[in-house]
Design a protein around this ligand. Structure first.
Ligand SMILES: [Mg+2]
Length: 363
């Protein structure tokens, strides 16, 4: 018989806002939104005090202020969040190497065979929460289950500072009662389609004709039926963090004129920026590499105060490196751009006309 896996999902509570309240006493106990304060700003994370007024992630700040006139809007301080995140991930790794980060403040852990402590997911989750608090002064919520799906739903059930354990014998009943929207992979459109089939809970998934289900939602149906039966064997995939993302172009002819270089650089930064955005990563450092006609290679780097997370930002910094630092004259034969110091980013400020969607933080 296979042993039942023990999966913990840990999610920091109102992470950015909690870091701000920890570091700034005047924000404690008050409704706080971390995000853009300008007319087009967006709330990235709201403190629990602000959530009581209906303030939510990805909401325009203007709207949030209308809901909560005393809302304190503070700009994000990514270095502080990054530092707290590192401390949290160190705690995770002290319990298991099987850590799959989902965001700065969230991860799956497989603690079936923990590095320390008894092989009890409940005790591990409790210890992890306590150590996170000791290391960062922040609270986390945890969910325990036999798979990722159940663990993740469980961690959201008793926030903040919650610990919800779904024991193996309770999994099927737990999943049966879940509304379909809670299932992994089910967005609003899929939910609508499922409801059209009369499926609104986990229990309904086991009643509906599997073929009808497959025709309606495709491959996802396999996961849904398994999950509804309490089976979710998706492995916890440890962090195989990429060190950098880069691209370069060798020109058909050596280039010297600024306009031509700008065009080549734009193509390279577009490639790099898109990959960065698609991977849901942000970068600390942007590096430019040029090769001269005589094959000499020069690289220059910059680490901006704010991490780089969009095509436009990559291109701004790469251009700054190419055109504002003094460089020896002479035609170029290659230009390359890479970004490094990568970390996952789940929270993005939505700006119109940018090709990504915001992923609001779950509460
Ligand atoms: Mg969180």
């Amino acid at each position: 018989m296979r042993t039942v896996r023990k999966i913990v999902h840990v999610d920091m509570d109102a992470f950015y806002a909690a870091v701000e309240q920890r570091d700034e006493p005047r924000l404690r106990g008050r409704p706080v939104a971390v995000g853009g304060g300008s007319e087009r700003g967006v709330v990235m994370t709201a403190s629990y005090e602000a959530r009581r007024f209906g303030v939510r992630s990805a909401m325009p700040t203007v709207h949030a202020r209308r809901l909560c006139p005393e809302l304190l809007v503070v700009p994000p301080r990514f270095p502080a969040y990054h530092e707290a995140s590192q401390a949290v991930h160190e705690v995770f790794r002290s319990f298991t190497d099987l850590v799959e980060p989902l965001a700065l403040d969230e991860a799956f852990l497989d603690v079936t065979e923990p590095k320390r402590g008894p092989p009890s997911a409940t005790l591990a989750a409790r210890a992890i929460k306590a150590e996170i608090r000791r290391a960062t002064g922040l609270t986390a919520s945890a969910g325990v289950g036999n798979g990722k799906f159940v663990a993740k739903v469980a961690s959201g059930m008793d926030k903040p500072d919650g610990l919800t354990v779904i024991t193996p014998e309770r999994v099927v009943a737990f999943v049966a009662a879940l509304p379909i929207e809670k299932f992994f992979g089910v967005g609003p459109r899929t939910a609508e389609r499922l409801r059209g089939l009369g499926v609104s809970t986990g229990a309904d998934l086991l009643r509906v004709d599997p073929e009808t289900l497959r025709r309606s939602v495709g491959k996802l149906s396999e996961f849904l039926v398994d999950a509804a039966g309490g089976i979710d064997e998706r492995p916890v995939v440890p962090d195989r963090r990429r060190k950098s993302i880069g691209a370069e172009r060798t020109f058909a002819r050596d280039l010297e004129e600024r306009a031509a270089l700008e065009a080549e650089l734009a193509a390279v930064t577009e490639t790099v920026g898109r990959r960065l955005v698609r991977a849901r990563l942000a970068a600390r450092t942007v590096t430019l590499k040029v090769r001269y006609r005589d094959f000499r290679v020069v690289t220059r780097s910059t680490t901006p105060a704010t991490p780089v997370g969009s095509v436009r930002e990559v291109s701004l910094w790469a251009e700054a490196l190419l055109f504002t630092t003094p460089r020896p004259p002479g035609a170029l034969r290659l230009v390359g751009v890479s970004v490094s110091g990568l970390f996952p980013i789940a929270h993005r400020v939505v700006q119109p006309a940018l090709p990504f969607e915001a992923t609001p933080e779950s509460c």
